[in-house]
Design a protein around this ligand. Structure first.
Ligand code: BG6
Length: 452
């Protein structure tokens, strides 16, 4: 069932070259898929080789043999998203490739385009029959057709609702994937397991024992060639609405009835309903407005530092600090859970540190737990030390990249990678609440830690 045709709409864009082509290469390398075809489609007139070559530099230590295998199954079709006949031609193109290569017409269509095009493209895909509406089990006769919508889903609550109403007219929920690649990162996947399966954490995961929670998604990269996309979204819609709120939901949600998707989503949605931003600042890196395709007077934020409250009994009074930004001094994707200090009973002067559990997602997938121990040579003096777990050291360095896992899961029909629409709605409510706060915008130097 994993033989399929993988169709990328928006094939000449940043996402395709940076993430999707490398993910396809790795799926072949790791022998995750047997037979498949790749069809790239976009407005630009390029050859299949040219389309593929753009992704090459994003694959470290490329194996030529694997690359050639990918090349042999890759095609390109020029397509104007506004042209209905273009979609008919694309459908015939795909059908004839599938026929020639004698494979079942399982299809995965990936919309690597901004969400303003989602409805129009969906309508055309549905009308031309490239993607057919499935039954409630996700099947179209004896094959599957699935459609992936890249985040962010919409630009506001209203637009997200309009898009959702539009796409659910054409397709069954079983074939719709509103994805967030953070959910397929190895260490994000372990958040719930770490929380709920360890006696040293599960009973302490609440405001009686936790002082604060910090979530940081800092990047060194600036906007690069994504100016036209990014300036319409900015950091709140590009990172906070999806990746950050999904992490927050996993960290803070209540225990699901079972660790299965339906219950996890119920709890994430219930949690997101209770999140409020209480304070924050925004930033824009110096030089942002001189980037390619950028309006000179843009006030789009590339940085946000926010404080959230989660209005549930479990988190009463615990601040959630969020920091995310582009062109910062380091890449750091981490969650820090700081526990309260132990009551000072043993001595008159208590200079203990708090215990801190750090879940680092990137650059190094790891956990560390800061504990207090005795300072060498000193009688009863305390010093903090770190217990450290490196994912690669323990499990090997072959951990697949998030997009590879994501594609594999969609091909396998695993809806865990898809964010349910109510979660998306609650997340937009939070973003709109932040927008109404009119937070101040400061400039910051590239390579710094953000606005002073
Ligand atoms: C994407 C954002 O969803 O995530 C990008 O659109 C951002 O702006 C990227 O750079 C970060 O993902 P990762 O996996 O590199 O942390």
């Amino acid at each position: 069932m994993n033989d399929c045709t993988f169709i990328i709409l928006g094939a000449t864009g940043d996402l395709a070259k940076r993430k999707l082509i490398p993910a396809l290469y790795h799926l072949i390398k790791d022998k995750k898929i047997d037979k498949f075809l790749v069809v790239g489609a976009a407005l630009e007139q390029v050859t299949a080789d040219e389309f593929l070559e753009r992704g090459r530099s994003f694959i470290p230590l490329i194996d030529e043999e694997i690359w050639q295998q990918l090349k042999q199954v890759t095609y390109y079709h020029q397509l104007d998203f506004h042209d209905a006949t273009g979609f008919n031609k694309l459908t015939h193109f795909v059908e004839s490739l599938e026929k020639e290569s004698k494979r079942p017409s399982n299809r995965l269509v990936y919309l690597a385009v901004p969400s303003v095009f989602f409805c129009e493209i969906t309508r055309k895909l549905g009308t031309c029959g490239l993607v057919k509406k499935s039954d409630d089990h996700g099947f179209v006769n004896d094959v599957w057709h699935r459609i992936v919508y890249e985040k962010p889903f919409g630009v506001s609550l209203k637009s997200a609702q309009e898009i959702n109403a539009c796409i659910t007219k054409y397709f069954n929920e079983k074939q719709i994937y509103r994805i967030d690649h953070y959910l397929t990162k190895e260490l994000v996947g372990s958040i719930l397991l770490v929380r709920f399966t360890n006696m040293i954490f599960e009973p302490l995961w609440n405001s009686t024992y936790i002082q604060k929670i910090e979530i940081e998604l800092s990047e060194t990269l600036g906007i690069e060639s994504r100016g036209r996309y990014y300036d319409h979204y900015g950091v709140l819609k590009d990172m906070v609405q999806n990746h950050i709120l999904q992490l927050l939901a996993l960290i803070a949600m209540e225990l699901p009835e079972e660790l299965i998707e339906k219950y996890i989503r119920n709890q994430k949605a219930a949690l997101l309903k209770k999140v409020r931003c209480i304070q924050g600042v925004l930033g824009q890196y110096e030089g942002y407005t001189s980037e390619k395709d950028m309006p000179k007077d843009s006030i789009t934020p590339t940085f946000a530092q926010l404080i959230f409250n989660v209005e549930t009994p479990r988190w009463k009074g615990v601040p959630f600090y969020i920091k995310t930004g582009k062109a910062l001094e380091k890449k750091d994707t981490s969650i820090h859970i700081t526990f309260k200090e132990v009551a000072c009973k043993l001595r008159d002067r208590c200079i203990y540190s708090s215990n801190v559990l750090t879940i680092q997602i990137a650059p190094e997938a790891s956990f560390s737990l800061q504990l207090n121990t005795k300072k060498p040579g000193a009688l009863y003096e305390v010093t903090p030390v770190n217990l450290f777990f490196s994912h690669n050291y323990v499990f090997g360095t072959n951990t697949p990249e998030a997009y590879e896992v994501l594609l594999e899961q969609v091909i396998n029909g695993e809806q865990a990678v898809s964010v349910r629409f109510d979660e998306i709605e609650y997340s937009w409510v939070i973003i709109e609440q932040i927008e109404k706060m009119n937070l101040p915008l400061y400039h910051y130097k590239q390579g710094s830690s953000g606005p002073k």
